[in-house]
Design a protein. Structure first.
Length: 276
């Protein structure tokens, strides 16, 4: 039984995976499900939900379709979350592998850099970076990744320090294998499991961070995001609460689904015996 099958056999993994698969389908098919620009004015402002079949979730105070915003916001949130997680994991594993395998002065130097990044809260780092570099989706992804790579780096280093002393690594050295080849082919694949378990946490945190930045007006102004929709709705929260509640529910459900997948992955990894 492979890891995917074990993941689907855990209640958390199954529920989270199904909901995330649903969101991914929506994100991929967003232009077909809701064609056109989601930021365009489509009807009269503040149309209440379920009063017009053409706009089932109503419109915001500028007359934009709320359902279209939620659909296209799904693509933005998942894209930012996954891209930031991939960037953070790649950078963290690279730094952790170099520190753990090289040891000595290189290890000390890299770990002090990791400590420096861990001292600063990730959101404050992202906030400062976006404020300086300007608001765009690539900048937001980089900003979130800069605040999230330290934990994967530290965990990768810990795994490498344990694995590099094992017999098959010593055998590879005896056979004259190049150190880079040993690190990439013998050590890194065996250190991936526990590190990848952090992916769900990083994705969920990235989605929340992107929403928070958009809520503060530091998101990409040309992209629809759930955070910007919540911020737009707060101005009319008493008369039209659905404008903030609906994207808020979407945000909460997505983060919960990501955490469920992460929990299911951890249980599946533990049951497979791959976790040290």
């Amino acid at each position: 039984m492979n890891l995917i099958q074990r993941l689907s056999r855990t209640p958390e993994g199954l529920v989270g995976t199904l909901f995330l698969a649903f969101l991914v389908i929506i994100a991929i098919l967003a232009p077909e499900i809701s064609p056109g620009d989601p930021l365009r004015i489509a009807a009269r402002p503040l149309l209440a939900p379920f009063t017009d079949p053409q706009f089932p979730l109503g419109t915001d105070r500028l007359g934009r379709d709320v359902l279209a915003g939620l659909i296209h916001g799904t693509r933005t949130s998942l894209t930012v979350g996954l891209a930031a997680a991939v960037a953070a994991l790649a950078l963290g594993m690279l730094i952790g592998l170099a520190a753990g395998f090289a040891g000595g002065l290189i290890d000390e130097t890299l770990m002090r850099v990791v400590d420096a990044f861990q001292i600063v809260p990730g959101f404050l780092l992202a906030l400062a970076f976006v404020s300086v570099m300007g608001a765009s989706l690539p900048v937001v992804v980089i900003a979130i990744a800069l605040g999230a790579w330290a934990d994967p780096a530290r965990l990768t280093r810990a795994q490498v320090l344990s694995i590099r002393e094992r017999d098959y690594v010593a055998a590879a050295r005896t056979l004259g294998m190049h150190p880079v080849e040993i690190a990439c082919r013998q050590i890194l694949p065996n250190a991936l499991g526990p590190v990848l378990a952090l992916a769900a946490i990083i994705v969920a945190a990235a989605i929340l961070t992107e929403a928070a930045l958009s809520f503060l007006g530091l998101g990409d102004p040309n992209a629809v995001t759930w955070g910007s929709m919540i911020a737009e709705g707060r101005n009319v929260i008493r008369s039209s609460p659905w404008l903030s509640i609906l994207p808020g529910i979407a945000l909460v459900l997505t983060v919960i689904a990501v955490y469920l997948v992460g929990e299911g992955f951890s249980k599946a990894l533990h049951s497979s015996g791959d976790r040290p």
